[in-house]
Write a protein that binds this ligand. Structure first.
Ligand SMILES: Nc1ncnc2c1ncn2[C@@H]1O[C@H](COP(=O)(O)OP(=O)(O)OP(=O)(O)O)[C@@H](O)[C@H]1O
Length: 262
């Protein structure tokens, strides 16, 4: 197994005017190539901070973290990951194809290479035909697919996704969840996915990392026993419900779960 992300005794404390905030404490986690790992826990447990630390947007204050065997800074410079945010964050004055091409433009790829990569990733997220549209002409779900295409356009092996479907209604979210699984199967990417939703975490993941706040730490790591090929109605099977119950239990054990908070 090739490890893509490896965190050992990782800690991150933010000094603030009101004292230190321990966002991450003693996090030990290895994410292997091809894993789909979800991070679940209530607000403030450090999910986003962990993703941002992998992406070298935050610096750990203790412990070690490697990404593709490199420091996060080296991995960022090697463009080891694509990042998908909660809001699609597309530029409204650029067409969809121009938004998706942006990282390639910045990296200095030729126009031909850009066109080929944009075509391929738009096919992957089922957006072919919408190349010349502007973001505001697309639905929220389509905009989020475009932002996934942008993160995939330069073919990084690792995809960091921070609640990408949190703002979408349940039907669109279901649809994008099953599309994301197909995309993951086709591309064999490694995915780190932040969510507040237990069913979403269980449906998508090979591994679920349960976190708890104050200080932000990992309280349980659950290996999924579900097959990789998952129709949406797998969510009604006893096996699925048993994993969901264990996640809920993990959230409770971390004293981090109140009904309705996750
Ligand atoms: N730049 C910062 N400066 C100070 N404190 C911060 C900073 N960024 C995050 N924090 C604090 O660190 C803790 C972890 O935040 P983080 O955003 O990682 O949580 P989260 O689990 O992603 O929450 P949410 O589900 O609400 O997105 C919180 O207490 C937050 O207020």
């Amino acid at each position: 197994m090739t490890s893509v992300v490896s965190a050992q005794n990782l800690g991150l404390t933010f000094p603030t005017g009101d004292g230190d905030i321990v966002a991450l404490s003693d996090v030990n986690l290895t994410i292997n190539k091809g894993d789909f790992v979800s991070f679940i826990g209530p607000s403030g447990c450090g999910k986003t901070t962990f993703l941002r630390t992998i992406a070298d947007l935050e610096k750990p204050t203790s412990g070690t973290l490697s990404v593709n065997g490199m420091s996060p800074e080296e991995a960022r410079k090697a463009r080891a990951y694509g990042y998908v945010f909660q809001a699609a964050a597309l530029y409204p004055w650029r067409t969809i194809e121009k938004n998706i091409a942006l990282p390639l433009e910045i990296m200095g790829h030729s126009a031909a290479k850009q066109a080929e990569r944009v075509k391929r990733t738009m096919e992957l997220v089922n957006l072919s035909g919408f190349e010349k549209k502007y973001p505001w002409q697309l639905s929220g779900g389509m905009q989020q697919r475009a932002s996934i295409a942008r993160a995939l356009s330069f073919d990084a092996d690792l995809l960091l996704m921070d609640e990408p479907f949190g703002a979408l209604d349940e039907i669109v979210r279901d649809h994008l969840n099953s599309e994301l699984l197909k995309l993951w199967a086709r591309t064999e990417k490694t995915i780190c996915f932040v969510t507040h939703s237990i069913p979403e975490a269980v449906y998508l993941s090979t591994r679920i990392v349960v976190m708890s706040p104050r200080p932000g730490r990992v309280t349980d790591i659950i290996e999924s026993t579900l097959p990789r090929d998952r129709p949406l109605d797998i969510r009604e099977t006893p096996e699925f419900l048993a994993i969901a119950a264990r996640v809920r239990e993990g959230l409770r054990a971390g004293h981090s779960y109140e009904e309705g908070s996750v």
